[in-house]
Every structure is written in C-alpha cells, then in structure tokens.
Ligand binder design. Structure first.
Ligand SMILES: C[S@@+](CC[C@H](N)C(=O)[O-])C[C@H]1O[C@@H](n2cnc3c(N)ncnc32)[C@H](O)[C@@H]1O
Length: 398
C-alpha cells in the first residue's frame, strides 16, 4: 500500500493579534483540505505520468510519426485522459473549498477584523494608502487563484477580509510547507543574501507585490537597519499586513499602495535592493515590461534585484512537465502563468539594467520551522505548489 507524509496540523500556524478566529469545524475543514491536497499530489498526480508514458505519447506517435512538439500538443492529448480529468477536478475542488471555507470564516467576522486592524494601526505610521488608486485591469478582471474578489476588493471602508482569508488559507494549498508564519520563501532568500553577500548593507529595500508581507518581514528582520518599503495594489492586503507587522513587533516596514508599473513615489536610484516573491506570474504581458523598466529606474547603480518564482519553462524541462505546471493558467485563474514562465529571465534582467554576464539564477528551498524533515522528505512534485523556487536576478551595472 502506498504511504505518504501527512502535512502538519493547521493549528501549528502562528496566530497573531489580527488573525481571524476559527471554530472547531472551520479548523477541521482546513485540515481535511490540506490532507486532501497532499493525497491528490502524492497518490493521484503520478498517475498522469503513467498514462502519458503508456498510452498518450505512444498513441500520438502512432498517428503523427513523431513525439510532441510543445506543451500545448501534450495538453490537447492529455485532456481526454480520465486520470488527468480526475486529478484536475480534485485539485480545482480543493482550491474552491479552501477559498470558500476561508471566505465564510472571514466574512462572518469582517467587521471585528477591521476594528482589530484599525486599533492596531492607531498611532502607527507604517501604512500609506493612495487616494483614487486604479487597480491594474489584469488584477481587476480575475479572481486570482479562485479567491473571490482577489486582493483588492473591499466590502466596506477599512475591510481586510480577503487578506485574512489569504493569511489563514495559504497553509492549505502549500500543505504547511511554508512554515508557521507562511514566510519560508522570505526566510530562505534573506538567509541566502546574507550568507552570499556578507558585506552587502542595504539602506533601502523595496518589496514589490508584497501581498500582506509574509515574505517581506523575514527580510526586514534580517536587515533591521534597513528601511523596507512594501508595495502592493490591494488595500486590504496592505492594511492587514501593516497591522500584522506591528503585531509581530517588526517596525522597519512601511506598506504602500503603489502600482509597480508606475512607481513615481520613488526617486531614481532610491533602493539598494529590489525584491519580488511569487509576483511576476500575477502581472500581465504589457505590465511586466513597464515594471522592469521602473525597477531599473528606482534601483541604485550596483544595487541588487532578485525575483522568486516557480521554475521557468526552459528547453531542458520536458513538455510533459511544462504541461503539468501550466495547469494553473487554465484551471486556477492564473491567466499570465504560462506566458510568464515562457519568458527568458536574462532578458527581463537586462530590462532592469543587469548585464547578461552578471545574471544569476539559483534554487531556493523554503525554510520551514514547522517540520523541516517533512519538507526535505517530500519527494513528489506538486507542479507549482512545491516550496522550491527559482531565484533569478543580478546586480545593476554601473
Ligand atoms: C501572489 S501575491 C504575492 C504576495 C507576496 N509577494 C508573497 O510572497 O506572499 C501577488 C501580489 O502582487 C500584487 N500585484 C500584482 N500586480 C501589481 C502591481 N502592478 N502593483 C502592485 N502590486 C501588484 C497583488 O495585489 C498580490 O498581492
């Protein structure tokens, strides 16, 4: 019989002052869904490869006299496979159920959450919201990863409901592999920069698309003398993030509502380090180039620019793996996912002012304080959910 490692229990998440309250049944639903996700990725997903190798690829070859030429041909052939339909439907259902459980939890206490956040922010100066902010259309028109209302929707003035949903629910999709504060990526990148560049002493750090700051805070903690600016388009995320940072005792981060494609609030060369984490795939085909142009402008000569993402679709990645990784683009409301992963990071970095000779790319694994042994021991690939990322970037040339 197949065995697989259980995810940690959801109650191991560190609850802070502005975290939503959960009943027994609401906790149980999240635990069930985290386990279902793990089961789907460990016990069911490998069946796709068996079907591909044994039936789908040989049948395609028999008809066309060749193998697949790209992931789109794989997608067309695999879409009729019962195992793929079963895996996809279960994956989609777990995501929908996660969003609906989180949504029910936060909506019934939305007013109290907003009041807790307001009280936490009284007298604090770490939140700057823009008047008449225009949410980029590519965000406005999509419920990203099936989160109703995405990052920006406010149900009333001062609302933080969607951010509280995101904070409590990401554990379920990641199977608890991001740590007790869902900050395993930020911890990993901060530690990597510190170890790799011990003499680097950034005075000003910009985190673009910070969300509620899960991965911003570890950077701010490891560089306590730096002034950290965390920008996002979603007011609920920023409000909640600013209150959460206060609640966790982190005082060197300011959360600002700013469009990354138009960062006129910052002077040329203002930042020594510009960071993004799981952000680029949630931008758009035109916006991404404006964003890199803006990064080039606000980054100081000799400054560091890093991006954490899921792996790009490189020529050495099989079309089967590219197809599996593309699932989010079609079934998880991530419309830019596939296009972003087709881009050449070295080209993007040139737009940010990094010489191709100085381009760097490394693999980084989440630091998981909940259960590092389980993180290390997880062998199955979850195609876009694993806490192992591609980091690319470089130092801006003089
Ligand atoms: C997947 S979330 C990543 C959050 C965060 N970096 C983390 O690691 O937890 C992507 C974030 O990018 C933000 N975003 C997308 N486009 C943006 C833009 N043009 N300007 C500012 N924020 C943007 C969204 O609002 C969302 O909060």
């Amino acid at each position: 019989m197949m065995s697989y490692q259980l995810p940690p229990v959801w109650t191991k998440l560190q609850r802070h002052e502005v975290f939503p309250e959960f009943s027994h049944d609401e906790r149980a639903r999240y635990n069930f869904l985290a386990n279902l996700n793990r089961f789907v990725s460990t016990a069911i997903a490998p069946g796709n490869k068996i079907a591909f190798d044994k039936r789908v690829e040989p049948a395609f070859r028999a008809v066309h006299g060749r193998s697949f030429a790209d992931r789109h041909e794989v997608a067309a052939a695999m879409s009729n496979e019962p195992i793929y339909q079963c895996w996809g439907a279960l994956r989609r259902s777990t995501m929908e159920m996660r969003q609906q459980n989180g949504r029910a939890v936060v909506l019934r206490q939305a007013q109290q959450l907003a009041e807790k956040v307001k009280a936490r922010l009284a007298g604090a100066a770490n939140l700057v919201l823009a008047k008449d902010f225009v949410v980029p259309p590519y965000l406005r028109h999509v419920d990203n990863h099936l989160m109703p209302g995405s990052y920006h929707t406010e149900y009333f003035a001062g609302d933080v409901a969607n951010a509280a949903n995101y904070d409590s629910g990401l554990f379920v999709t990641s199977g608890g592999m991001l740590g007790s504060l869902t900050d395993g990526g930020g911890k990993a990148i901060a530690a990597w920069v510190k170890a790799s560049y011990p003499d680097f002493k950034p005075r000003r750090i910009l985190d673009i698309g910070c969300g509620l700051g899960h991965n911003t805070l570890p950077i701010a903690q490891l560089y306590p003398d730096a002034e950290v600016i965390a920008i996002d388009a979603g007011a609920p995320m920023l409000r909640y993030g600013a209150a959460r940072a206060q609640a966790l005792g982190i005082g060197n981060v300011t959360f600002m509502q700013t469009d990354a494609a138009d960062m006129q609030a910052f002077a040329n060369g203002h930042f020594d380090w510009v960071q993004t984490t799981m952000f680029l795939h949630e931008t758009g085909g035109r916006a991404i180039h404006k964003i890199f142009k803006e990064i080039n402008r606000v980054l100081a000569v000799g400054g560091l620019n890093l991006h954490i993402e899921q792996p790009q679709y490189t020529p050495d990645m099989s079309f089967y793996e590219q197809f599996m990784r593309d699932w989010d683009a079609y079934y998880n409301a991530e419309p830019y996912w596939g296009h972003m992963h087709d881009l050449q990071p070295v080209d993007l970095m040139q737009e940010a002012g990094v010489d191709p000779a100085d381009f760097m790319q490394v693999g980084v694994k989440a630091v998981n304080d909940l259960d590092q042994k389980k993180a290390d021991g997880q062998v199955t690939e979850d195609y876009g959910r694993s806490p192992i990322w591609n980091v690319f970037g470089g130092w801006k040339k003089g």
